[in-house]
Write a protein that binds this ligand. Sequence first.
Ligand SMILES: NC(=O)c1ccc[n+]([C@@H]2O[C@H](COP(=O)([O-])OP(=O)(O)OC[C@H]3O[C@@H](n4cnc5c(N)ncnc54)[C@H](O)[C@@H]3O)[C@@H](O)[C@H]2O)c1
Length: 337
Amino acid sequence: VITVPVALGDRSYDVLVGPGARYRLLEVLPVGARRAAIVTQAAVGVAVDAGVEQHVFEIDEGEDAKCLETVEDLCRRWVKWGLTRGDVVVAVGGGVVTDTAGFAASVYHRGVPVIHVATTLLGQVDAAIGGKTGVNLPEGKNLVGAFWQPHAVLCDTEVLASLPVREYRSGCGEMAKYAFLGVEGLRDLPLDVAVAACVTCKADVVAADEREDPANRTGRAILNYGHTLAHALETAGGYDLRHGEAVAIGLVFAARLARRLGRIDQARVEEHRSVVHAYDLPSRLPPGTDETEILMLMAQDKKAVEGMTFVLDGPAGVQVVTGVAPGAVVETLEEMR
Ligand SMILES: NC(=O)c1ccc[n+]([C@@H]2O[C@H](COP(=O)([O-])OP(=O)(O)OC[C@H]3O[C@@H](n4cnc5c(N)ncnc54)[C@H](O)[C@@H]3O)[C@@H](O)[C@H]2O)c1
């Protein structure tokens, strides 16, 4: 098991990555915790042993369950069970579970420690790391949330064996992103080493810019590489895309746009395509994409300040680029049909 530290002063913690990491829960438990509220979904099927009195609180599947109602429901069940601030919440699942349980933990009794046991590839390389928690509103995804760093994160690569193929591939979309944020040779590494390399990359970015300072063009915002188009495709809906699949298309789009703006050469675009294809992920827009709608959604993206804003590769690496002409965006979208 590989230990990756996330250096955040008095909020620092370790991410343990590798086969059997879930059995290390007892040793990362906060000192003095007498009870562990285990939050998970029936489909996850990963049992954990906190070594103290524990009770399992199941939540429903999917983005619809990632909502304020689930947070209220969890908090009320925790009160009935007698969970206190000195105890611990253990989220066992993918991003839906860790985002929802993490947010509930951040507000329950004004904050109770949470440990994430990430059981999807996407959760292990991304969602469980870095302290962003939150839920959806009917008006949009992740609109209510908090920064709440976990007490520890366990990424047991053994449990990925039971993941549906499509969920695994979705995680590969986020891994592909790290290939362009400076993680080298990812595809040639054993799975646990590859996951640890992605976690290390995210940990370093988060340690340098925990709260995503809007003025920092090379800070936490670069983790959104490929995500501007991905979010638009997900919001437009009706395309039946998993998050990582949308990110894969978004990465190739970002590369083509950067090429059009003269920031990178054609060889670098090909590199994006080849990484995405190696993970068996899509690189073109889904058939029937309404480009006008996608353009409008991307212009509304919360990062839009002056003109259109994207995270783009360039001579100095990936960074936030503002003032992108909508014409270049439209032409790039057309090229991706
Ligand atoms: N907080 C962050 O920084 C961050 C980053 C990226 C994504 N996210 C969020 O993560 C969510 C997506 O997460 P996800 O892709 O993990 O999806 P998910 O949590 O919905 O999990 C996918 C499916 O796999 C099942 N599952 C989980 N582990 C399993 C296992 N080991 N074996 C078999 N089945 C298993 C789940 O029950 C679910 O049906 C989104 O809501 C997204 O907004 C958050």
